[in-house]
Design a binder for this molecule. Structure first.
Ligand code: EPU
Length: 419
């Protein structure tokens, strides 16, 4: 397993090209299951999770190709409608095949994801919605089996907003008979992006990006024709945190600052400067950050996917910060690693209290999940001395060539290959 050796404390300056969003690309790849034909998807990030999704679709009989950020999928000959345990356990987003498969073929077998490094993460709301649309759901040997002749449009109200749940049911509803209304839907920009792609395929969707989505089912859809996915707001936010903590001056190109309003507002309060222009978003870190509190919330609130990186910033801020994680119950795996670098953090239930220290010190540390790994990169870049982050395959799941992007802005980063 590869590691990343980082010598911290260097001033970072330059340009970063933001990649397409992982969490938009994954559902859009599964949307290709809704109809046979050749689909072309553009601005797809080069990530381990994208390759895993490619393997999953190929396992079902799709022809998958990734070249220079373009994915081609030929989905005319789907044989197995099964998402096997081995693939689902490495990537929970595999569950996104469920809606499209049931909608197009009338059945699907998907391994139940189970818990993961950040929490229990059930899929009961995905299943509740499909049942309301007329699917018969059974659980056999750890697999969910969903079966329906043709799904029927209905009104579905989510107990809480779920991102992949909203995406699964929105895709399923595209081919259902009649109109489906999703209430208390998740409002993340990736959902609006998926809806835009589905509309280009011929789907009739209104309200995506808001909490009520109305989908009028159609009989057939067209293949995806060169749809370019939205920029990755979490990669953007992570580079913002890097500029913030290193007193850096970065120009983030090709990003969507309007998808990061809550993060930008909070970082401004901590002393970070933002300048938006046609060239991109310039982010300038202060000499020392000021501690501020955050509470994660569904979009448009402060994203849980930025909690760990913000915490890394707060470890060296002036003052004390209270961080409340409200989306996932176990998303503090980075805390023990940050403590190894000298951070002063205590956890009490869902709250973390971070007392800023003058400096972090480099140390050997372990990546435990995707965003926890990103927070360790942020911390290592500002720490005094050398850090080695082990198990960075977690980082490779969600960040497109992060080590190369960091080297281009002056960071001293070396990938140590295990092979
Ligand atoms: N939930 C349920 N039942 C369900 C579905 C969700 O109780 O059927 C709960 C979850 O346990 C959680 C909350 O609802 O407490 C929200 O979870 P959500 O379903 O929105 O999360 P997700 O769809 O599994 C996506 C992203 C995550 C991101 C979350 C929250 C993708 C592929 N994944 O997960 O991204 O953290 O939304 O914004 O879009 C990441 O990229 O690192 C990542 C984990």
């Amino acid at each position: 397993m590869d590691s990343l050796k980082i010598k911290g404390g260097r001033p970072l300056k330059g340009e970063v090209e933001i990649s397409g969003a992982k969490n938009a690309a994954l559902p859009i790849m599964t949307a290709a299951l809704l109809t046979g034909g050749t689909h072309t998807l553009c601005r797809i990030p080069n990530l381990r999770d994208i390759a895993t999704m490619g393997r999953l679709l190929a396992h079902m009989g799709a022809e998958y190709r990734f070249e220079n950020g373009t994915v081609t999928l030929e989905t005319s000959r789907i044989g197995t409608r099964e998402a096997p345990y081995d693939l689902v356990k490495t990537m929970r987003a595999s569950v996104l095949v469920l809606g499209p498969l049931v909608a197009r073929f009338g059945d699907a077998w998907v391994s139940l994801p189970g818990g993961c490094a950040i929490g229990a993460r059930p899929i009961n709301l995905h299943l509740m919605g499909l049942e309301k649309m007329g699917a018969k759901i059974t659980l056999e040997s750890g697999y969910v089996h969903a079966k329906a002749n043709r799904l029927k449009g209905t009104r579905i109200c989510f107990d809480m907003p779920t991102v992949t749940g909203t995406e699964n049911l929105m895709m399923a509803a595209c081919l259902a008979k009649g109109t489906t209304i999703l209430e208390n839907a998740a409002r993340e920009p990736e959902i609006a992006d998926l809806a835009q792609c589905l509309a280009a395929m011929g789907a009739k969707i209104q309200g995506a990006g808001g909490s009520i989505i109305e989908i009028q089912g159609v009989d057939s859809l067209k293949p995806i024709d060169r749809y370019a996915v939205t920029p990755d707001r979490i990669e953007t936010g992570t580079f913002m945190a890097i500029a913030a903590v290193c007193g850096g001056d970065l120009l983030l190109k090709g990003c969507r600052p309007d998808h990061l309003d809550a993060v930008i507002a909070k970082m401004r309060d901590t002393g970070v400067d933002f300048h938006e222009s046609k060239k991109g978003l310039r982010v300038v870190g202060p000499r020392r950050l000021v501690a501020k509190d955050i509470k994660t919330a569904p979009y448009p609130g402060f994203p849980t996917d930025m909690q760990a990186q913000f915490m890394a910033m707060m470890t060296v801020a002036k003052g004390t910060s209270i961080i409340k994680e409200t989306i996932f119950e176990n998303r503090y795996m980075h805390v023990a690693e940050l403590q190894r670098m000298g951070a002063d953090i205590s956890i009490d239930g869902g709250n973390a209290t971070v007392r800023g220290v003058d400096k972090l010190k480099g140390a050997p540390i372990m990546a435990t999940d995707l965003r926890a790994s990103a927070s360790l990169v942020v911390a290592a870049l500002c720490a005094k001395g050398e850090s080695v982050i082990h198990r960075i395959y977690h980082l490779d799941r969600g960040y497109d060539h992060m080590d190369e992007k960091l080297r281009r802005i002056g960071a001293q980063v070396e990938r140590i290959s295990s092979s």
